[in-house]
Design a protein around this ligand. Sequence first.
Ligand SMILES: CC(C)(COP(=O)(O)OP(=O)(O)OC[C@H]1O[C@@H](n2cnc3c(N)ncnc32)[C@H](O)[C@@H]1OP(=O)(O)O)[C@@H](O)C(=O)NCCC(=O)NCCS
Length: 172
Amino acid sequence: MAVTPYAGVTFKRPKIQDGAGMWRLARRSGTLDLNSSYSYLLWCRDFTETSLVAKGPDGELCGFVTGYIRPELPNTLVVWQIAVDTELRGRGVAAAMLDTLVSRTGSAGASHLEATITPGNTASARLFVSFAGRHEAPVTREVLFDTVVFPDAHDTELLYRIGPFTPTLARR
Ligand SMILES: CC(C)(COP(=O)(O)OP(=O)(O)OC[C@H]1O[C@@H](n2cnc3c(N)ncnc32)[C@H](O)[C@@H]1OP(=O)(O)O)[C@@H](O)C(=O)NCCC(=O)NCCS
């Protein structure tokens, strides 16, 4: 069953004007890799169908998820980054963003989700494992990028692959 978003928060496809807020939220998240501001603006131009922003009652950006469909595996949505502002965490906003996005990409044929998580990121691991449980989907985990392949001091990234989703979700 899909999660109901926290009251007062609405989800929209990102516009280019949201790129700056996404970059700022990534910067204050404390855990996300901060990519260039340019990359968030570009994302808001080219990947709006596979991304979402969450806006509070005042219209402020309080969450986002960026994703893309793997070019060579079109049944798979890759979640690149997901973040929720600190004061809204633990209220189901990230879970609801994932459900909303997967419902949309599911209609377009994506039956699997992939995300990479660094070993110490308990909140992120719980978010995705809980998503899998909610949608009765199996999860596999493997190392995608070991720390040694990074040019800087970057943690290993573990790949979580979830799916197939239940037909109900994929049809929505
Ligand atoms: C990861 C993150 C997006 C979760 O957002 P959120 O809105 O607080 O998550 P939700 O409230 O939807 O919770 C989803 C699940 O994760 C669990 N969870 C959330 N935060 C948790 C924490 N700190 N520790 C353990 N579990 C946690 C919730 O209990 C829930 O599980 P359940 O359905 O089994 O009860 C948020 O913590 C965040 O922005 N972190 C910084 C950025 C980041 O690390 N992003 C992920 C890497 S791309």
